[in-house]
Design a protein around this ligand. Structure first.
Ligand code: SAM
Length: 211
């Protein structure tokens, strides 16, 4: 089966190595080739989910709510190929860099907000977003996904990266992932789940749709 990549994401050779790439201004010192910039899966859980062949359903052009944007490594790639991209991050420092990243990306909207308080950005984010990407690496990752489900269209997708150690450093990651999946079931149906081990230790990638 041929690889399903969103429109605007391509495989290109960078220094002889095949890499995913999007078109846009470079953000984190990644290699470029003309207008294309390499997408490093070691620095991006969504990049890793694409690399391990998960069916994200991304086609390009969709409206995205991105939770846990940090300084914009991954969300900059997303905004290169998606439509309006709302990037929520609650730490002021990375948001400064995120704002710079958004300078050259007119579809990227940084929001200095807490993803556990969706009411504080509900007036900005349009309802019925096509995709929620979540990478908050904090305790209560399932809860954050459930609290933000209200923004997702009925046929939308949640693309979630779960970091086991953020929930509980002492427990087996597999047990943590099981608990997160169980909690998620209150609002989502998991379509696919894959460990991202090759790129991110003790992380699980999840593709889900709202119930
Ligand atoms: N997704 C980023 C990327 O790939 O470029 C990396 C994100 S980093 C692993 C997790 C981020 O989530 C941190 O910047 C942290 O400040 C943010 N975060 C954690 N809890 C949050 C919350 N409740 N609301 C908003 N951001 C949060």
């Amino acid at each position: 089966m041929s690889e399903q990549l969103p429109e605007g994401v391509k495989r290109r050779a960078f220094d002889g190595t095949d890499r995913l790439a999007t078109r846009g201004e470079p953000v984190y010192g990644e290699p470029t080739d003309g207008a294309w910039r390499a997408w490093n899966p070691h620095r991006s859980k969504l990049g890793a989910m694409l690399e391990v062949g998960m069916d994200t359903g991304l086609e390009g052009g969709e409206t995205v709510l991105y939770l846990g944007a940090a300084s914009g490594t991954t969300v900059s790639h997303v905004a290169d190929f998606a439509g309006p991209t709302y990037a929520v991050e609650f730490a002021a420092r990375p948001v400064r860099d995120l704002l710079e990243t958004a300078d050259s990306r007119e579809r990227l909207f940084p929001l200095l907000k807490d993803a556990r308080k969706p009411a504080t950005y509900a007036h900005v984010v349009e309802s019925d977003v096509d995709v929620i990407v979540q990478d908050v690496a904090t305790r209560g990752q399932a809860r954050v996904a459930l609290e933000n489900r209200q923004f997702l269209a009925d046929d939308g997708r949640l693309l979630l990266a779960v970091k086991a150690r953020s929930e509980d450093v002492t427990r087996e990651p597999a047990a943590v992932f099981e608990d997160v999946r169980e909690e998620l079931a209150a609002g989502y149906e998991v379509l696919e789940a894959k460990r991202l081990e090759e790129y991110h230790t003790d992380h699980l990638g999840i593709v889900a749709r709202p119930r």
